[in-house]
Design a binder for this molecule. Structure first.
Ligand code: NAI
Length: 708
């Protein structure tokens, strides 16, 4: 281990030691972390930081220190690759706790100079410094719950002491990144500065001169509203829906309110060590990697520049898409079919923006900018200079083809043309245009400005650059992108259609909509499928069902309940009735729907029985995996982990389970295959096990072997 000495720090000499070097700014030691790409707090960096700190303490000509980072960010967290190694405790292991303790014991003031993101262990280091200064575009946060753990180096103990337990609870259990201005107003940092290092050195010097060593560790928890805190903890428990980390993080924060710091840190560390190797952390780390893998650019392809974007159709989806685009700073032209529809679309978009303003999520200035970025027209010619056009008209192939034909004569030949279709064959739309190789699918999820998933559909002739432009768009919108091939429903809706069938079968077999929804909510879904369908509107999928009816194989079990409900004009929340009766924001059971279910069962000669929640959960999961395996064989998804990303971010599959394919690996493919075989025996034609699932189960393999 190299330790900086006085001679190391000669003029122009910058000793580099495991990603950390010590320079000087006059009488202030500048401890610089330089460990690309994100200055992750690896074992080597932790050791080197402690050594650098010791160097500052030993050097009598240095009176204080600044910790800053090179590259694009402050320490953005722990090195996630170290998680799968043996946990802390080995002889040579230096933990972030050791580093934080070294900061606590440091007799000279240390100031953190934060740019980019100070996250997880990075923010814990900053919290142990005597002061924190942040660049105007910086962020801080403790996002550990997002990878299924709690902070491990005092974050849950220091944050309540610094800003009170309510803010600490919200930040730690959501894991959100807090921007600089908010960090300043909450008291998470002491100053926002453009000339970051200089401001940090000035503050360090000031503290040294004043003989101040203000430590968060020495503070008492500020006065807080006890009942409000208890209610917030109860809400965290309620919303967790099976996720352990937020619940345990709340327990650690509660401990901070009654224990001295050292004991609280020991309690926090116990939780952290218990969660690290656990299944939820494994699942969430799998998703973390899966999201990054899914969004990778095609090799050698660069996206085309994007500034002006057109949206055709301003209904439910088009209006949400326009909001998402404008919020990301793009110039949007929304085209409707006539003046009346144009006004209606404008009203829909304005309603969303006005809600953002009223809720305080948007400042008046930002609101005005976003509203001003969208213009409304009812003539496609307005899109002549667009770089990208997203079509979101009704789900009717002839209507969409006409739009694409017209666009082809209006837009530049290198403008990307995209469709938001849920199920239709986008190659048929590409056939209508000049230069079909610039046509892609951009399948947003409802509400488009909220849901994080964007399925990008790769058409048959697509240029890698057009697809890369779609991926760049997703990045710009801060969405999670997954590339899918063309088929009826792409990845998500193709799988959704199948598992919904199992839920419809469960109704005939003996369950009621509320029981199916409750079973899946208990599994961790935010909402059960029938509640979701009622919310989205049953008419949307009814069109798809009618379109498919002529080609449906008569040997396949088909439940008519959905169609019967729609035939009665019950389209869900928008009509007040669907699978449920919707009254005063509540979902009530519908006797009429129950009668339809009983009739369907009777007509098919089914003796209704109690269907246990576990059976519903297993049938749904096994269906997802079986259809997922077919999708892989058909080349619709590039890898199993892409399917996991789609189900989690588009359909509410519990993230802490890692997605259905990851979960299948955890359960064992032989067990999943057995469940599929049982479903096949019960439901017959169309429910055969996928050949890929059979092969992999027989060979004792795991889906994760196909990722990468
Ligand atoms: P919608 O019926 O709410 O909106 C369609 C809009 O397109 C209407 O405002 C209509 O006036 C307009 N329109 C029709 N023909 C037009 C034309 N020739 N030129 C300009 N505007 C025209 O439908 P929604 O739900 O927004 O769906 C749009 C597309 O998005 C469909 O392809 C649908 O399958 C897809 N989608 C829908 C989702 C949902 O949850 N509703 C989710 C994901 C995709």
């Amino acid at each position: 281990m190299h330790r900086p000495t006085d001679s190391d720090r000669g003029a122009g000499d910058s000793p580099r030691d495991n990603g950390v070097r010590l320079e000087r700014m006059g009488d202030v030691g500048l401890i610089l972390v330089d460990h690309p790409p994100v200055n992750a707090l690896s074992q080597a960096v932790r050791k080197a930081l402690i050594a650098a700190l010791a160097g500052v303490v030993a050097d009598t000509s240095l009176h204080a220190a600044v910790i800053a980072c090179e590259g694009r960010t402050f320490i953005a967290g722990a090195d996630i690759r170290e998680f799968d190694r043996t946990p802390a405790g080995g002889q040579a292991e230096v933990t972030t706790q050791d580093l934080v303790r070294a900061l606590d014991a440091c007799p000279k003031p240390v100031v953190a100079a934060i740019h980019g993101t100070a996250l997880g262990g990075g923010f814990e280091v900053a919290l142990a410094c005597h002061s924190r200064i942040i660049a105007p575009d910086g962020f801080v946060g403790l996002p550990e719950v997002r990878i299924g753990i709690v902070p491990g180096a005092g974050g849950t103990q220091r944050l309540p002491r610094l800003v009170g337990p309510l803010i600490a609870l919200e930040m730690i259990t959501s894991g959100r990144h807090v921007p600089a201005d908010e960090a300043m107003s909450l008291g998470l940092v002491d100053e926002v500065a453009t000339d970051l290092r200089r401001a940090a050195a000035d503050r360090a010097r000031y503290l040294a001169a004043a003989g101040h060593l203000p430590r968060v560790a020495d503070r008492a928890v500020p006065a807080y509203d006890q009942p409000a805190f208890e209610a917030a903890v109860a809400a965290v428990r309620r919303r967790a829906r099976g996720a352990i980390a937020p619940v345990r993080a709340a327990e650690a924060i509660e401990a901070a309110l009654r224990l001295p710091l050292a004991e609280g840190m020991a309690f926090e560390a116990t939780i952290n060590h218990a969660l690290r190797p656990g299944p939820q952390s494994r699942a969430l780390r799998h998703l973390f990697h899966a999201e990054r893998m899914a969004a990778r650019m095609p090799a050698g392809a660069s996206p085309w520049p994007l500034r002006r974007v057109g949206v055709v159709g301003g209904g439910t989806m088009g209006s949400g898409i326009a909001v998402a685009l404008a919020d990301a700073g793009l110039e949007v032209t929304l085209v409707e079919q006539d003046a009346q529809a144009e006004a209606a679309a404008k009203a829909r978009v304005r309603a969303v923006h006005d809600r953002q303003l009223r809720s305080g999520r948007l400042a008046p200035q930002a609101h005005a900018e976003r509203v001003g970025r969208i213009v409304y027209r009812h003539d496609l010619k307005a899109l002549h200079d667009a770089d990208l056009v997203i079509e979101a008209v009704i789900e009717d192939v002839a209507v969409k083809q006409a739009v694409f034909r017209a666009l082809s004569g209006i837009v530049r030949r290198d403008a990307v043309l995209a469709s938001n279709t849920s199920y239709l064959d986008i190659d048929l739309l590409a056939d209508e245009v000049d230069a079909p190789e610039r046509v892609i699918g951009t399948h947003f999820f409802s509400p488009a400005h909220v849901m994080r998933l964007l399925e990008l559909v790769r058409t048959r002739r697509v240029l890698p650059e057009a697809l890369a432009t779609g991926l760049a768009l997703a990045r710009r919108l801060r969405k999670v992108a997954v590339v899918a091939g063309v088929c009826d429903g792409f990845i998500g809706n193709r799988i959704f259609y199948r598992w919904r069938m199992q839920c419809e079968y469960a109704l005939e077999d003996g369950a009621l909509p509320a029981e199916v929804d409750a079973a899946l909510e208990a599994y961790g879904f935010a909402m059960g499928p029938f509640a979701v369908l009622d919310m989205a509107g049953l008419d949307v999928d009814w069109m798809m069902r009618k379109r498919r009816a002529p080609t449906r194989d008569p040997r396949e079990r088909y439940s008519p309940v959905y169609d019967w409900i729609c035939e009665r004009g019950r389209f869900g929340q928008k009509t007040g009735v669907g699978f449920y009766i919707h009254q005063d924001g509540k979902r009530l059971p519908s006797p009429e729907v129950e009668a339809l279910i009983l009739r369907a069962a009777a007509e098919r000669g089914i003796t209704r029985r109690a269907v246990p929640a576990e059976e519903i959960q297993q049938r749904v999961h096994a269906t997802m995996v079986n259809e997922g395996a077919r999708i892989l064989t058909d080349g619709i998804a590039a890898r199993p982990s892409d399917i996991d990303v789609v189900l989690v971010h588009g359909y509410g599959y519990p993230a802490w389970r890692g997605g259905p394919m990851h979960e299948a690996d955890e359960i064992g493919l032989d067990v999943v295959l057995q469940r599929v075989e049982t479903m096949h025996a019960e439901n017959g034609f169309g429910w055969e096990p996928a050949p890929l699932l059979r092969e992999m189960a027989a060979a004792g393999r795991r889906f994760r072997e196909l990722n990468g």
